[in-house]
Write a protein of this length. Structure first.
Lengths: 191, 484
């Protein structure tokens, strides 16, 4: 008998998190339950394996890359604790009305996350090799390597304004804003 | 002063008695103690009689009604406290109204079948419309930076909530708290009244109910031992199986009282008959006990050691069960052969199988392994077992609790309330694949029990999905790139 996790969500923390992220109390509690459910060894943080265990993430072609982004950019030493977890998720709150936007879920932060999915060396540019990596992950063995290279070149060529064979964040945002990418990246958080 | 005087007087009396008077006194004392023990013996006899005659005094149902009332009261106190606390919080947006308690899962669950491949298909329409200006020839595939959007979002959504991982833990949010700390949510709201209630409940469960149930458990063990001795020395071999059948049922009825199980059987006209296979969803080892209070079954499974092994060996005395060595379980042909042999004999009891292969938490049914559905000689009798979580969560989380630990948890819960639905028999159609037949049976059970019907394999509890699934996703993405 007795409560499961050794970490309880303190009232103070809860209030802080709600104010900063804009989540409601219920939403934070639900996400906390989820965090604990994923944290099978009850150590207060999630590892890569914990996230890879989720079947739908495992079969997602970009699952590994997503976990990389989460662990490297939002966690530390291959661990992510609850605070980091929830501030990450706060980015994807819907920002339809001005009143719902905090510093976390701006349009720019959502687009920045997508940019980071490509840009793993953090040089603020997506170059050809980074694009190739992502393409390979998504199509697997269905397209030959040389054809993939052609596709990558074409994609960069279309958007590259300054001819340096790589895409900056501004160029990236322009192409995504056209399709309302930040709206599509918003998630509904149930409370 | 007065008490010391009294004590002196008593001692004076005692020392003035003769030996005969002292002996008489001692005998009278033991007689009184014996009479006090009578309740224990009489209760044991009562339980035994009820089990044999398949009657019930309705005590457990009344007890459950009282508990429901208590839980509602405790939850009301908690709810009031919660509203008070939430009112203190500054809320940022107009998004959600507070203090709306509804089952967490009810808004996500639906009766629609979700396959692992469908799960990725969710919002493709928006993506389709952006591809209108693609190149016309098939070999000229274009990739846009925005193509990672859907998969990224789906990945994040899966991290926030997915269909599978929540099936392997106890359903954690409940609308009504049942005064068990094991189902406590993480927000510790201190309320004196509720804590007192909980403490009383704790005392009752651990110091009154648990010893009582333990005694019943020993009664069941005695019954079993007596029955085995009886069967060993029974001369007639034909009647042995008949006796075995009834002994089994009585044993399981006593055991169901050990867990304070309140079982309601529906559609008993579809009870499984001899020479058939009975298939049910699996939530806990207690499933077997519950089903066996109404019908006799032949179990099938691998031989265990230890406590479970002892149970298996003793059960084998009462009926023909099919036990395998660990090495033989991989050999599907042999398993099927043994089952066919068993079915051919008309006096053999129906085989009870849990095709999910592992315990699921009673909110969904997961993939049925096709092994037993390939045997076309026997009809399949599906059974849906639905537990009511309010009085005790029956799900066995084998990574969290050992079996004995789990049984103790069960014996210190309030009660196990369960609905068992017998479904009409199903047979495989002439041109039907066994996997499709398995899916059909699973859908029938899911519909009856109100479970979410999932195609995911229960084996995902312990292992990762096969690489084929990801390759399938990559193939689908490739197909999408090709088309306009």
């Amino acid at each position: 008998m007795g409560s499961n996790a050794s970490i309880m969500l303190q009232q103070e923390d809860l209030q802080n998190i709600c104010q900063q992220t804009g989540f409601t109390v219920k939403q934070v509690q639900r996400l906390y339950s989820r965090f604990k459910a994923l944290d099978k060894r009850d150590c207060g943080y999630l590892t890569r394996e914990d996230l890879q265990c989720i079947p739908e993430v495992n079969i997602n072609p970009l699952g590994e890359r997503l976990i990389d982004v989460i662990m490297d950019d939002y966690g530390e030493h291959n661990k992510i604790n609850f605070k980091q977890f929830i501030f990450l998720l706060a980015k994807f709150r819907q920002g339809k009305f001005k009143s719902l936007i905090t510093e976390y879920n701006t349009r720019e932060s959502k687009l920045r996350f997508l940019f980071d999915m490509y840009d793993r060396n953090h040089d603020l540019k997506i170059d050809r090799s980074e694009l190739l990596d992502v393409l390979k992950m998504m199509v697997g063995g269905n397209i030959h390597d040389d054809q993939i290279a052609t596709i990558a070149d074409h994609t960069i060529g279309e958007l590259d304004k300054d001819g340096d064979r790589s895409i900056t964040f501004e160029e990236f945002c322009k192409t995504l804003e056209r399709i309302d990418a930040d709206e599509k990246m918003s998630m509904k958080f149930l409370s | 002063m007065l008490q010391v005087k009294r004590f002196n007087r008593l001692y004076h009396y005692w020392s003035s008695w003769s030996l005969k008077q002292r002996v008489t006194f001692a005998v009278q004392l033991f007689a009184i103690l014996g009479i006090l023990c009578l309740p224990v013996i009489s209760i044991a006899a009562l339980v035994l009689t009820l089990a044999v005659l398949n009657m019930t005094l309705g005590i457990r149902r009344f007890y459950v009604k009282v508990l429901t009332f208590l839980f509602d009261y405790a939850t009301k106190i908690k709810k009031d406290k919660e509203i008070a606390i939430e009112a203190d919080f500054v809320s940022m947006g107009p998004s959600t109204p507070h203090s709306e308690l509804h089952f967490a899962d009810s808004s996500i669950d639906s009766a629609i079948e979700l396959s692992p491949l469908d799960a990725m298909k969710k919002e493709d329409d928006a993506a389709q419309s952006s591809r209108i200006s693609r190149a016309s020839s098939q070999s000229d595939i274009q990739f846009r930076f925005s193509d990672i959007l859907d998969y990224t979002r789906q990945g994040l959504e899966a991290i926030v909530d997915d269909e599978v991982t929540k099936r392997f833990t106890s359903a954690d949010e409940m609308a009504v708290w049942n005064l068990l700390t094991r189902t406590q949510q993480q927000h510790e709201l201190f309320s004196l009244r509720v804590t007192i209630l909980w403490f009383l409940g704790f005392l009752i469960r651990y110091f009154i109910l648990f010893p009582f149930r333990l005694c019943l458990f020993f009664l069941a063990m005695f019954w079993m031992m007596g029955a085995i001795l009886f069967l060993k020395y029974l001369p007639i071999s034909k009647g042995k199986l008949r006796f075995g059948f009834y002994i089994n049922i009585v044993l399981h009825r006593i055991l169901s009282r050990v867990f304070s199980a309140i079982i309601t059987f529906h559609n008993t006209e579809h009870r499984a008959k001899c020479g058939s296979i009975c298939v049910a969803n699996h939530t806990s080892p207690i499933d077997v006990i519950i089903l066996s209070t109404d019908n006799g079954f032949s179990m099938i499974g691998q031989k265990h050691g230890g406590f479970f092994g002892l149970v298996q060996r003793s059960l084998s005395q009462t009926a023909n069960h099919i036990w395998f060595e660990r090495s033989e379980t991989k050999d599907r042909h042999m398993v099927a052969e043994k089952m066919r042999e068993h079915i051919k004999n008309p006096t053999n009891l129906p085989i009870l199988i849990f095709p999910e292969g592992t315990c699921i938490n009673n909110t969904s049914v997961m993939m049925f392994k096709k092994g037993c559905f390939e045997i076309d000689e026997a009809p399949i009798y599906p059974v849906a077992i639905k537990y009511d979580n309010r009085f005790g969560d029956a799900f066995w989380n084998s990574s969290k609790h050992q079996l004995v630990q789990y049984l103790i948890l069960m014996m210190t819960s309030w009660a196990i309330v369960v609905d068992v639905y017998y479904l009409p028999p199903m047979r495989i159609q002439p041109n039907e694949l066994s996997t499709d037949f398995a899916r059909r049976v699973k859908a029938a059970i899911a519909k009856q029990g109100g479970f979410v019907d999932l195609e995911w394999d229960g084996g995902l509890k312990r292992s990762l999905p096969k690489a084929d699934f990801r390759e399938e996703e990559q193939r689908k993405f490739y197909e999408m790139l090709k088309t306009e």
